[in-house]
Design a protein. Structure first.
Length: 132
């Protein structure tokens, strides 16, 4: 990923997929930008008011501004979640998550590998910084 201190474009783009049966919304941000991140944050606030409980933002790893986007998304309650395939493109994306008014019992998560433990440590730290 790009340095967290690298600039982020002013606009950017994102798409929203709503899953009302799950109370979830997924934001796809192929081009990070300040306006896109702010739009996602405002949309998530409205979804929370509408009773949604889960949101994810997926950002391709190979685009500029990922580090800055992560910091700005944290201001809206999103925390680092992990790597996911980016659609069917053969690329990887980083997923950020936000939870509605719920607490996660991190101590009850069962892990099978050392890599999973390290990833959970990162997620636990990120989640703790936005959960309160």
């Amino acid at each position: 990923p790009e340095s967290r201190f690298e600039g982020m474009p002013a606009q950017g783009t994102y798409r929203t997929t709503v899953q009302p049966q799950q109370g979830a919304v997924i934001f796809d941000m192929p081009e990070p930008g300040r306006a896109a991140v702010d739009g996602i944050g405002e949309a998530w606030r409205q979804f929370l008011l509408d009773g949604y409980e889960y949101a994810a933002v997926e950002v391709p790893l190979d685009v500029p501004g990922l580090g800055v986007a992560a910091a700005r998304l944290a201001d809206f309650g999103f925390f680092a979640s992990g790597f996911v395939p980016y659609h069917t493109s053969g690329r990887l994306a980083f997923r950020f998550q936000a939870l509605g008014h719920a607490k996660v019992a991190m101590d009850r998560i069962r892990l099978a590998t050392d890599n999973a433990r390290r990833l959970l440590d990162v997620i636990r730290t990120e989640y703790a910084s936005v959960a309160d």
